[in-house]
Design a protein around this ligand. Structure first.
Ligand SMILES: *[C@@H]1O[C@H](CO)[C@@H](O)[C@H](O)[C@H]1NC(C)=O
Length: 181
């Protein structure tokens, strides 16, 4: 009876040990998505956009973040062109042209991010691109306040917010990549 209970309790502790080891290993391989999103500007936006499949490595997540930022910035660029065509206000035209420049520079760096930097393991350049994208969105948004004597309500707040979010996701994804490619 004693022998039986001792062997069963040692089987029990072996099982528990296995469970502990498993739970220690699993998060580091499957929770990169949540680690990336938690460190981004808006975890909620991030989780909504990236969906719930956590089985992506930091490299894959960074690649996706770059592609999504690129697509989004390009769509916004098209939208700004349309706004530009629709307005007769010279101040707004100035602001939209300024925003087009910033969006174009974000698109330019994102275009080469994967091929030139991510694939080559130049992660600090990818990190810098994430920052640049955020700065572009900030300056476009700021453009609406720069006309002296006028206060323009930004018509691009949501878009600038989206771009800033994508930029911050690139930064947090590449930060994971520095540690575990
Ligand atoms: C950019 O992405 C966000 C999040 O997926 C989306 O809500 C928004 O409509 C996109 N912007 C454009 C201009 O398509």
């Amino acid at each position: 009876m004693t022998a039986y209970s001792s062997s069963s309790s040692s089987l029990g502790s072996t099982l528990i040990l296995c469970l502990i080891i498993t739970s220690l290993i699993t998060p580091s391989t499957s929770n990169y998505l949540s680690q990336m999103c938690i460190k981004s500007k808006s975890p909620r936006f991030c989780l909504q956009v990236f969906g719930l499949n956590p089985h992506r490595r930091p490299y894959e997540l960074t690649r996706e973040a770059i592609n999504l930022a690129f697509t989004n910035a390009s769509q916004t660029k098209t939208k700004i062109h349309a706004f530009l065509d629709q307005t007769n206000d010279d101040n707004l035209k100035t602001i939209y042209n300024l925003c087009l420049d910033y969006y174009q520079s974000a698109i330019d760096v994102l275009t080469h991010a994967e091929e030139y930097y991510l694939k080559e393991g130049q992660y600090s350049n990818v990190h810098a691109i994430g920052k640049l994208v955020q700065i572009a969105s900030f300056y476009c948004e700021n453009g609406f306040q720069t006309i002296p004597g006028y206060a323009y309500a930004s018509t691009l707040s949501k878009d600038n917010d989206n771009l800033e979010n994508f930029g911050s996701i690139i930064v947090s994804a590449v930060n994971l990549l520095f540690n575990s490619p």
